[in-house]
Design a protein around this ligand. Structure first.
Ligand code: GLC
Ligand code: CA
Length: 560
């Protein structure tokens, strides 16, 4: 569905805004997207074959999860050679063709930059571990003895167990914030930093559109002092990186920063600081985790709390930095399963979630399959899981006495594998993802939920996403308007306004599976054409919204 471009006065307000503020990113998890050669693993040629699909959706760039050489302990987030492509995904020639073919469709390729750590199979680490005098020794972080229990350096790795592992060859301990096969790099070493910048420039010179920076808030760590995030040198390194690689280029950068708050985020993304375009922050995710068991014991979504979190981020970064907007990624559960209704109202809730997110200020990211409302994996046995984190925590929690079914319930809600099952292209065997046995099981519901079926439905999820993307492109108020939340305490209605000059958008959504009628509030009462569907909609008091109904009304406010 295309709509005629309406040029409004307000569209001319920010002609100099960077390209990544008016478009939408799409994350591809390569192993699970499209298998072109029948080995059960997605690959780069498979991605190329789906570029027209992505162009139809209307995205402006792809964030490609790692395709570099890797032993795949953490599915590519353990890189053994930054200048090589994992043969499982293809060749460097395939990669160059992907960049070129995407460019023809005006789609940029954003590479994943994983430089908090390497694989333990990286040449640097191999040299470092076998020779204390190696020039690469200081690229990593070492210790002679395990830290005293409870001391500053006594740190637990994200995937469980101590962050210090004994290296068999040198009999010392090295530091790793993730799996033992992912030794952390020592960013205080200037030679290491310049090697990283050289590598970044090598990729940028190939014509990529930018980087998504893996756990970038950790590179300033000082393990001996117990400092992991927000280390004293973090922003100095990012500024140095900017000057050495990004300055003078038109690239987009988004840093993954689990620690970012409304007060620290501007340090990364305020333009005058010359660091990053934006960060991925996770307040809307982690606020619904258990204090002790974390993601393995998720809490129910509390919409008033969730709305206030979004409002806080919208307001904190407006005019000061830039937000990223996302519901899911390869580490998180599927959006409809977590925030919506994966049953009766799957399509409606997928659309309502898209509406409320995409009409905010920031750059939205769609995670593969979200645009057709894919759901969690629904695995019932531990042997269906592949994720290193899930398997580690299974072992640890079982040792700590957590019952198998309790662990599985947590994993069913929040395991990273929920988002890693193959993309569902069609109702055919293996969802049209592969002809072979896929590396991870296909979700059984692919017979009902798949691209072919969704796209043949004019009221499907895909059409809805594609409309939202056009609305962003065509309306400066979506890109740059200010934000005001209405009905903040309402348990089901998510309503807000965006305003730029006299141009106003009103977004209203019922985030529940029952009928909701609009109560009196400060919200303007407008009746008009929903920008998404073209149908009539109204925000007047007393209007009843269907389960997960959402709409966008546009009007002019007179006052400036
Ligand atoms: C990030 C990635 C995740 C990975 C971790 C270590 O959080 O998104 O998938 O396991 O970093 O690289
Ligand atoms: Ca393959």
């Amino acid at each position: 569905m295309t709509s005629s471009p309406i040029i409004k006065q307000s569209d001319l307000i920010s002609p100099d805004a960077p390209w990544w503020q008016s478009t939408v990113g799409y994350q591809i998890y390569p192993a699970s997207f499209c298998d072109s050669n029948g080995d059960g693993i997605g690959d780069i040629v498979g991605i190329i074959s789906k570029l027209d699909y992505l162009a139809d959706l209307g995205i402006g760039f792809i964030w490609l999860s790692p395709v570099y050489a890797s032993p795949m302990v953490d599915n590519g987030y353990d890189i053994s050679d930054y200048f090589a492509i994992n043969p499982m995904f293809g060749t460097m020639a395939d990669m160059e063709r992907l960049i070129a073919e995407a460019a023809k469709r005006r789609i940029g390729i954003v590479m994943d930059l994983v430089v908090n750590h390497t694989s333990n199979q990286h040449a640097w680490f191999k040299a470092a571990q076998s020779d204390r005098n190696s020039q690469y020794r200081d690229y990593y972080i070492w210790r002679d003895e395990p830290p005293v229990k409870g001391s500053d350096a006594d740190i637990t790795a994200t995937f469980g167990s101590s962050a210090w592992s004994r290296c068999a060859e040198s009999n010392e301990l090295y530091f790793h914030l993730f799996a033992p096969e992912q030794p952390d790099l020592n960013w205080t070493n200037p030679t290491l930093r310049s090697e990283v910048y050289k590598m970044m420039n090598w990729w940028l010179d190939k014509g990529i559109a930018g980087f998504r920076m893996d756990v970038i808030d950790l590179i300033g760590k000082q393990p001996e002092l117990g400092i992991i995030t927000d280390g004293p040198d973090l922003h100095r390194f990012l500024q140095e990186m900017y000057e050495a690689t990004l300055a003078g280029r038109d690239a987009v950068t988004v840093g993954e920063a689990w620690s970012a708050t409304v007060s620290t985020a501007p340090l990364y993304c305020a333009p005058q600081r010359r660091e990053l375009s934006m960060v991925f922050q996770f307040a809307h995710v982690t606020q619904f985790w258990d204090e002790r068991l974390g993601k393995w014991k998720p809490k129910a979504i509390d919409w008033p709390l969730l709305k206030s979190t979004f409002a806080a981020w919208q307001n904190a970064l407006h005019g000061k930095g830039w937000n990223s907007l996302f519901w899911g990624n390869h580490d998180l559960p599927r959006a409809v399963s977590r925030y919506g209704d994966e049953g009766e109202h799957r399509i409606g809730s997928a659309k309502a979630l898209a509406t409320v997110l995409h009409m905010m200020e920031g750059t939205p990211f769609i995670y593969q399959g979200e645009e057709i409302g894919m759901t969690n994996a629904a695995f019932t046995r531990i042997d269906q899981y592949r994720d290193v984190e899930t398997l580690n925590f299974h072992r640890i929690q079982r040792m700590e006495g957590v019952a198998e079914e309790d662990f599985l319930a947590g994993a069913r809600a929040n395991s990273r594998d929920n988002a890693r099952t193959p993309m569902q292209w069609s109702a055919s065997a293996q969802a049209g993802f592969t002809d072979a046995k896929p590396w991870i099981p296909v979700n059984k519901n692919h017979t009902q939920i798949n691209v072919e079926k969704d796209r043949s439905d004019p009221n499907g999820v895909f059409q809805h996403y594609s409309r939202l993307i056009s609305i962003r492109r065509e309306n400066a108020v979506v890109r740059h308007g200010d934000f005001q939340l209405f009905l903040a305490d309402h348990p089901n209605l998510f309503a807000y306004q965006r305003r730029l000059g006299t141009s106003v958008l009103l977004i209203v959504a019922n985030m529940s599976s029952h009928l909701v009628s609009i109560p009196p509030s400060e919200m303007p009462q407008i009746t008009g054409r929903d920008l998404i569907t073209g149908r009539t909609a109204s925000s007047a008091v007393g209007t009843t919204l269907q389960p997960y109904e959402s709409f966008v009304l546009s009007f002019s406010s007179g006052q400036n």
